[in-house]
Design a binder for this molecule. Sequence first.
Ligand code: SF4
Ligand code: SF4
Ligand code: SF4
Length: 215
Amino acid sequence: MTQLALVIDLNTCVGCHACVTSCKEWNTSGEAGPMVDRNPYAKSCLHCEDPPCVPVCPTGASYKRPEDGIVLVDYDKCIGCEYCSWACPYGAREIDEQQKVMKKCTLCVDRIYDETLPEAERKPVCVLSCPTSARIYGDIHDPESEASRAINESAGYQLMPEWSTNPANHYLPRRKVKITVHEEDLQRADNPLRKEDRGPRAPTSRTTLDDSTSW
Ligand code: SF4
Ligand code: SF4
Ligand code: SF4
């Protein structure tokens, strides 16, 4: 079974928020936009493989698509009771106060299957807009996908796995790089405070400015 997801590389993300602003631009354009703006920097949905937001829904509006694993809300069935947002441990859902329905990240389902777009653009808009390519999109159940390879090669991890939600989205941890700095590299030859006292010195036989000045 396909499970589409995002993989976010924390090593290359520079925190510029281009993903957030492009998501809001794409997803709030018009009444049918799937996102609301009350909490524009909230977390995106992780499209959990065992999503607790689905079974709590009394109307069946909250559902997980069997064909690609995307978790969505059917606005025609949603009664705005907010049970699902209480069940989501990641704060990914937000009620639309105007339309009185629950909204959240859709994994840009309206883009990724849009055959009027060039194939290279059939990706979530947050992925396309990232200037450092820190967001990878793909099927994490396909071991050959770019997303799966990134998870396997860089020890990708899930957020709060203790909730047993099995989030599809993963994060790639910051790599630790060991740097050796030699002690002499820390000395400045022109150190004006002379704390290190290792800079170039004038011959002691001659009077210098240091001898007549209190620094
Ligand atoms: S992150 Fe929250 S809203 Fe998204 S699938 Fe998981 S439990 Fe549901
Ligand atoms: S707010 Fe809508 S989607 Fe969420 S549990 Fe209630 S009816 Fe279902
Ligand atoms: S996949 Fe689409 S809806 Fe989800 S965070 Fe990215 S831009 Fe927003």
